[in-house]
Design a protein around this ligand. Structure first.
Ligand SMILES: C[S@@+](CC[C@H](N)C(=O)[O-])C[C@H]1O[C@@H](n2cnc3c(N)ncnc32)[C@H](O)[C@@H]1O
Length: 260
């Protein structure tokens, strides 16, 4: 009983929590989460679309938060690197890794998806859920994620309501731009202020846009196991992204440049 309350105190000291982790002693980190038992209820639908045995796989969990998905993937045998820009979440994940006795399979560090720009490292799987709509430069991030992915990528974004459309016409004449106003045309809504009182939300794509962006980045969608979740395989490396990433890298590493 004393041990239980001390874990509760530690949870309170590390909070607030976005991930409701079920700790080995039965306590939960966010039992009153407004979404319910989050993200456990999501994982229950996604889990079957991920290989059961991830032995030998390297995984990058971008925006890992308190590490829920990192832990599930590590339990399947993967070696996981979780990165998050928010130090509080990295502290939570490190603490939970210790509680779960998974410290030899998972590592958590403060990091930014854009940090992939300067990284040569490649991963068998990149887990990229709940981050895309928080980014001001989402397509840059997706191209970086594609470059880092060797076998599988799991994507999730908040989306606009509406149906997905598989293909868009190869060309839109200038005088037919109204085609792009159709509900299912790939689009993203820009958020100048807030969604759900959160000023870290920038772009909300519709389902067509998610699929078009994934294709354009060089992924194919293998499974849609849950609302807004896409399990993807890398099928090609688009020339456009290779060229643009090389340019951005060159600019960002240029020496003796005082700007334009
Ligand atoms: C909505 S939560 C999603 C958490 C988890 N990936 C999930 O699917 O449950 C967004 C997370 O992304 C992190 N994040 C936001 N911008 C980021 C960035 N540029 N690079 C890495 N992580 C980021 C936030 O700190 C937060 O932990």
């Amino acid at each position: 009983m004393a041990l239980q309350s001390s874990v509760r105190e530690q949870i309170a000291g590390l909070g607030p929590w976005f991930h409701n982790l079920h700790l080995p002693d039965g306590t939960q980190t966010s039992p009153d989460h407004p979404f319910g038992d989050f993200p456990s209820f999501k994982w229950q639908h996604v889990a079957a679309a991920i290989p059961d045995d991830l032995s030998g796989w390297s995984v990058l969990d971008i925006g890992c938060n308190a590490g829920f998905y990192s832990f599930e993937l590590a339990r399947r045998g993967a070696r996981v690197l979780g990165v998050d820009v928010e130090p509080m979440y990295v502290r939570q994940a490190c603490w939970a890794a210790h509680e779960f006795d998974l410290k030899d399979r998972v590592e958590f560090v403060e990091g930014d998806v854009y940090g992939l720009l300067g990284s040569e490292r490649r991963y068998d799987m990149v887990w990229f859920t709940g981050v895309f709509y928080h980014l001001r430069y989402p397509t840059l991030a997706l191209d970086l994620v594609r470059r880092a992915t060797q076998r599988l990528m799991v994507f999730q974004s908040m989306t606009l309501p509406g149906p997905a459309r598989d293909v868009t016409p190869p060309d839109v004449p200038l005088n037919r731009r109204e085609l792009m106003l159709e509900q299912a045309w790939p689009k993203m809504a820009f958020v100048e202020h807030r969604v759900a009182d959160d000023d870290s939300n920038w772009w909300v794509p519709n389902a067509s846009c998610v699929e078009a962006l994934l294709r354009s980045a060089g992924f194919e969608v293998i499974a849609r196991p849950e609302h807004e979740f896409y399990v993807c395989g890398p099928v090609r490396v688009p020339e456009e992204s290779t060229r643009d990433l090389a340019r951005i890298t060159a600019i960002s590493t240029a020496r003796g440049c005082n700007g334009p």
